[in-house]
Design a protein around this ligand. Structure first.
Ligand code: PEP
Ligand code: MG
Length: 753
């Protein structure tokens, strides 16, 4: 292509942009605007036809405005989801150009449009928020090839058009087009609770007022500055993160850096600016394209890469706006909708008083789920395609009890949910009455209920929950939410803050449980075939004692003279426990040698999360101060079923005979070895599971804050001896389906769960 031609193309695009800008600023009705847009495009691009097709509620494509086709066809011509070239563009979300359209096998002839004499064809998708809103088409009578610049220009125009089309749809009298119908989607509960509110889309949206620029040169400079800042920040991140901890492999971040320096990306951004877009709009344009490709990509590796690009584009937009990550804040009471969220991203919303979080990805064990629980927001994951089915501001209901999402519900459904929400508020008030009462059954059996936490603000509600203390503090959260490895000082400050928040109550710090599914942003590292079975948690600590000892040093420093309780995750053998314990002792000796304060009392425990360790408990007598059963991992390894994979994780039951046998073996061997034992997996907070575990002999349970009130109420309402008699009989039956019968026992005993 000659530079002259490029100049001409950019000139055409700019001219179009400046006219579109005038049009967007005009008072015209939306439909009239659309008509003027098609006229404008047809004239400027010297096309015989320009048409806009819009996707309606049933996914068919309706001709909404045209210059060149018969006006009577507007609103009448409707192509099925995959019909014709327009359907092909919409379903593939890709542009298409043809020298002779009627000869294409997908060409679909509609007599009412009178389009048969047209040959040259160029169509581009109209994209918004990761979905295809419609298709913009230009056609010429003659056979002709549209060149790259024409396609570029039309894609840029389609982006501006997305905003006009959205407003036009909202104003349209055609209900089918205007209102996306109510819909129900099923997902998976990440955190229980109900919420009603307007949708807030996670991605920052470029406001339409910033679409255009009159000074491409100045915009180009803004882009260059922002790109330089972005690259610099990534370099700094990479350099600071030099993770001795995780070896030299920094593939992930390196690839990320390569993307940030990708010349073709930069060229595309500059081209878009040359055509009259602002720098923000140029970035937004490439982001939309990546987004749609991401929606369609099946390959996990490609999805990751496209997600990296999207992440870069979001960062670049923030650099351009000169504002922080949370400049695009939701109204209080909104429901956050995102394709996926990292723990840090969700944390950024913690002061926004969200009514719920809905994710397309994210299993119950995902970090976003754990953060949602920590900030006490109802959350549903696995809501496939939700981002593309809602608009910002749509009403939405999140039903974290049934794992449902209700899009654009009718008013009576909203009312119904609001009532249910106020009932659950009343319930919560009832739990508040139990805060200072012990978890003792009617016949005097005492239980201890503890809190699981991972973020310091989880601890702010410790008093309100009525928990006896913190049974599991997941220290890896500080790492998972940080872009670089937290330093010794940072770790110590974090622990000190956590300790000060629990007042005098007891607190068990679990040492780092990184690796496996818990990959911190700075870790990079080689992909493992079976990460859950790989180099993780204590294995990593024993192989990298320097990092492990640094954590212990931070814990000792933060504790001062108070008691320190810590435990190790994923222990597989007595020997591993002993080795880790020796490292702790070495750190204590170091602190004493250098005159540092050391804890008055040190208790060291281990998590029972692997079958091999579950069968080693009696050999721990006298060596370990306490044990805590992590049923999430223990069941994953016992049944060989990935806890993150819903296809397999829900097939196996903690209440099936083999798992009950294992859990019984654990508690009985701990009792014989006189080692106090707790359950701290999710099962601890589930009434039916906890009831069976109590009958096996467990007396200490550690769970998320929201479960403590209900569990205390259950305990206090129970006549344990009576219930145990019935439950024991059921267990003896060795049935694989205990749940129904257990529920019956609970109901007959009038227990509230
Ligand atoms: C468990 O595995 O049950 C547990 C409590 O640890 P985590 O969920 O953090 O792996
Ligand atoms: Mg675990």
């Amino acid at each position: 292509m000659s530079p002259n031609r490029s100049f001409v193309a950019a000139g055409t695009a700019r001219l179009l942009m400046s006219r579109l800008r005038e049009l967007m600023a005009s008072e015209a009705e939306q439909q009239e605007r659309l008509e003027r847009v098609v006229q404008l495009i047809a004239t400027t691009m010297v096309a015989d036809v320009c048409s806009i097709y819009v996707r309606s509620g049933d996914n068919s494509l309706v001709l909404m405005a045209t210059e060149g086709l018969r006006p009577e066809a507007v609103g009448r011509t409707r192509l099925a989801e995959n019909e014709g070239l327009v359907g092909l563009i919409a379903s593939s979300a890709r542009a298409k150009r043809l020298r002779n359209a009627p000869s294409h096998p997908r060409f679909s002839y509609r007599p009412e449009t009178g389009e048969d004499p047209y040959h040259g064809f160029l169509g581009v998708p109209i994209l918004r928020g990761g979905r295809v809103l419609g298709v913009l088409v230009v056609q010429n009578k003659t056979e002709r090839n549209y060149d790259d610049e024409e396609m570029e220009s039309l894609q840029t125009i389609a982006m501006v058009l997305a905003e006009i089309v959205t407003s036009a749809l909202n104003e349209s009298n055609d209900l089918d087009l205007r209102v996306q119908p109510p819909a129900e989607m099923s997902g998976r509960t990440l955190n229980e609770g109900l919420g009603v509110g307007p949708v807030h889309l996670h991605d920052p949206v470029v406001s339409a007022t910033r679409f255009f620029s009159q000074d491409p040169e100045a915009e180009g400079e803004r882009l260059d500055t922002a790109l330089a800042d972005l690259r610099q920040s990534i370099d700094t991140m990479l350099n600071r993160a030099t993770p001795v901890l995780f070896g030299e492999s920094r593939d992930v971040l390196e690839t990320y850096r390569l993307f940030a320096h990708d010349p073709s990306w930069e060229t595309r951004l500059h081209d878009a600016i040359q055509s009259g877009l602002s720098a923000e709009a140029a970035v937004d344009r490439t982001r939309r394209e990546h987004r749609v490709r991401l929606e369609n990509a099946r390959d996990a590796y490609l999805r990751e890469r496209l997600h990296d690009f999207e992440d870069l584009e979001n960062r670049l937009l923030r650099h351009l706006s000169g504002e922080g990550a949370t400049d695009h804040k939701p109204e209080p009471g909104s429901i956050l909708v995102a394709s996926r969220l990292g723990p840090a991203e969700l944390l950024e919303y913690r002061d926004c008083k969200l009514a719920g979080v809905i994710l397309e990805e994210g299993g119950a064990g995902s970090h976003a789920a754990i953060v949602a629980r920590a900030i006490g927001v109802p959350a549903v994951g696995d809501a496939e395609g939700v981002v593309s089915r809602v608009e910002a501001g749509d009403d939405i209901i999140i039903d974290g009890e049934r794992g449902l999402v209700l899009l654009r519900p009718t008013n009576d459904v909203i009312e119904n949910y609001r009532q249910r929400i106020s009932v659950s508020d009343e319930e919560r008030a009832k739990y508040a009455e139990l805060v200072d009462l012990p978890a003792t059954t009617k016949d005097g059996v005492e239980f201890d209920l503890f809190l699981n936490a991972g973020l310091s603000f989880d601890l702010d509600h410790l008093e309100e929950t009525g928990a006896k203390g913190v049974g599991l503090f997941r220290t890896e959260f500080q790492f998972l939410t940080s872009e670089t490895v937290p330093t010794l000082d940072e770790q110590a400050a974090f622990y000190e803050d956590a300790i000060s928040r629990v007042g005098g109550k007891s607190m068990i710090f679990r040492t780092l449980d990184l690796g496996g599914d818990k990959v911190a942003p700075f870790m990079g590292g080689d992909r493992e075939e079976n990460p859950a079975l790989g180099w993780r948690a204590l294995r990593l600590a024993l192989d990298r004692p320097y990092f492990f000892r640094r954590q212990i040093r931070a814990l000792i420093r933060a504790t001062g003279k108070r008691p320190l309780r810590l435990m190790f995750p994923m222990v597989c053998s007595v020997d591993e426990y002993v080795q880790a314990r020796e490292l702790v002792d070495a750190e204590m000796a170091w602190a004493k040698k250098f005159g540092r304060e050391t804890p008055d009392e040190l208790q060291v425990g281990a998590m029972v999360e692997t079958p091999s360790f579950a069968l080693s408990i009696e050999a721990l007598k006298g060596k370990v101060d306490f044990l805590s059963v992590g049923t999430n991992d223990l069941m994953q390894f016992f049944f060989a079923a990935d806890r993150e994979n819903k296809l397999v994780s829900e097939r196996y039951d903690l209440l099936s005979p083999p798992a009950i046998d294992l859990m019984r073996h654990i508690v009985e061997s701990a009792n014989r070895a006189e080692i106090p034992i707790t359950i701290c997996g999710e099962a601890a907070g589930r009434p039916i599971e906890a009831l069976v575990m109590a009958c096996l002999g467990y007396r200490r349970f550690s769970m998320q804050g929201a479960r403590i009130g209900p569990m205390k109420r259950l305990v206090r309402g129970t006549n344990f001896a009576e219930i145990k008699q019935q439950v024991d009989l059921l267990i003896e039956s060795r049935s694989f389906d205990l749940r129904k019968d257990l529920l019956k026992i609970i109901q007959q005993s009038n227990l509230q769960v």
